[in-house]
Design a protein around this ligand. Structure first.
Ligand code: NAD
Length: 420
């Protein structure tokens, strides 16, 4: 098939390159000239394991442009633009709206059936109440008759996005008309996983319910972990026991300093705002966010137990990405931790294998180390992201406060785990 992908960030580039590998022709449309240049030189615009190899292998099957006209040469368009939070936590749909308008303008000039698929995470109702009227207005055509419209939520995880594209747990297809369903079933026919076909707003809600559940599981683990810490119990031993219950499942019980990233915080906040919009107060989801906000400060509290006055003290920060194997720092727990250390007038020396360039844009005023070993020379070290290479360091004789359970760090002279 000929596919256009609007928005070539983490989701767009992985999806597009994945579809190219499966034999489709892909055109990326983005507003960011740097991303377009990078893609056209077969360089991933983000760091993601396996992506560069796949881009090199399929070099003749994709191109990138800022010109929406290239939609005219394709059969199907995926909307993969960002859906950040507004200041009040509700979803900011401005990128989705502008993409829908541009797609609509092109559909006006296009003969034949074209399918538009919303892959961005959008609150229930968005595809039919926001995207559909905008495309209809600009194109003068009717959805589900003259053009297809679907919602196909994305579940990939940064750090293993390429693998997740080819081996998804499930594919959810939210549709209304048969023709659109057939197009998507054909596109996804190479995949053997369960495929769930639903109506459009159910597909939108499945994405939010999934992320809200995972965020809840993390905040639950953290709350139990906080109690464990006070009782001198190792939360990891506790969750080993809990996870063996087949009704529960051991994944996502890594108690620590909380979740960050481009999805969980913003999606839970957007769901809270949407619930309030319809007169429902989401008590549990609010508590999930409250627990999460409190976790990073526990690392600082533990640090101050050993060094009460941080002024002028050299504090090492290991890990800046919101999780290992990515360069993404959106909502990283390193951000509130570094802000607090700056308030305390500590001297910060930070290291991350992939995310330092991104972090430098937010915090140009702190020092960055060339190697993780340099960071170990600080008065105390905070572990903020559990990169595998941090398991190889020699922590002997150091003060280490661990937010992510790096086993090797337990050999430090003074070692504190946030929930153990
Ligand atoms: P991103 O910020 O990495 O990428 C978005 C891209 O869209 C950027 O390259 C931006 O330049 C481009 N863009 C913005 N407006 C545009 C426009 N009008 N036309 C063309 N391009 C435009 O975002 P992301 O992390 O890939 O997330 C995209 C969506 O997918 C979000 O809704 C997110 O919640 C969802 N999602 C993300 C992940 C993830 O792990 N990152 C996983 C599942 C779902």
């Amino acid at each position: 098939m000929k596919i256009s992908i609007v928005g070539s960030g983490y989701v767009g580039i992985t999806t597009g390159v994945g579809f190219a590998e499966l034999g489709n022709d892909v055109t990326f449309i983005d507003v960011d000239e740097n991303k377009i240049k990078a893609i056209n030189s077969a360089k991933p615009p983000i760091f993601e394991k396996g992506l560069e190899e796949l881009m090199n292998k399929n070099r003749d099957k994709y191109k990138a442009t800022n010109n929406y006209e290239s939609i005219l040469d394709t059969d199907i368009t995926f909307i993969c633009v960002g859906t950040p939070s507004k200041d009040d936590g509700s979803i900011d749909l401005s990128f989705v709206e502008s993409a829908a308008r541009e797609i609509g303008k092109m559909l006006k000039r296009k003969d034949g059936f074209h399918t538009v698929v919303v892959k961005s995470t959008v609150v229930p109702g968005t595809t039919e109440e926001v995207v559909k009227p905008l495309i209809e207005k600009e194109s003068g055509k009717r959805a589900f008759e003259d053009f297809g419209l679907a919602m196909n939520p994305e579940f990939l995880r940064e750090g293993s996005a390429v693998d997740d594209f080819f081996n998804p747990d499930r594919i959810v297809i939210g549709v209304k008309d048969d023709k659109t369903r057939e197009v998507l079933e054909m596109l996804y026919s190479p995949f053997n996983c369960p495929k769930l076909v639903t109506d459009i707003k159910t597909a939108e809600m499945i994405k939010y319910a999934s992320n809200a559940f995972l965020a809840t599981k993390i905040s639950f683990a953290n709350e139990i972990g906080n109690i464990c810490k006070k009782l001198g119990i190792d939360a990891y031993e506790v969750f080993k026991g809990v996870g063996l219950d087949h009704r529960i499942n051991p994944a996502f019980f890594r108690a620590g300093i909380g979740f960050g990233g481009s999805c969980f915080p913003k999606d839970v906040k957007a769901l809270i705002a949407k619930a309030r919009d319809v007169g429902e107060e989401p008590k549990l989801l609010k508590a999930v966010m409250d627990v999460n906000e409190g976790q990073p400060m526990r690392l600082i509290e533990l640090l101050k137990k050993h060094i009460p006055n941080l002024r002028g003290k050299k504090v090492g920060v290991l890990g800046l990405a919101f999780k290992p194997d990515t360069d993404d720092i959106r909502e990283s727990r390193a951000i509130p931790i570094v802000e607090e250390l700056l308030k305390e007038q500590a001297e910060i020396l930070a290291y991350d294998p992939k995310a330092m360039d991104n972090f430098k844009q937010l915090f140009p005023q702190i020092r960055y180390a060339e190697t993780p070993n340099e960071v170990l020379n600080a008065d105390a070290v905070l572990i903020v992201t559990e990169w595998k290479e941090f398991e190889q360091l020699d922590y002997k004789g150091k003060i280490v406060i661990d937010g992510r359970r790096v086993e090797k760090a337990r050999e430090a002279a003074i070692y504190e785990g946030v929930c153990w």
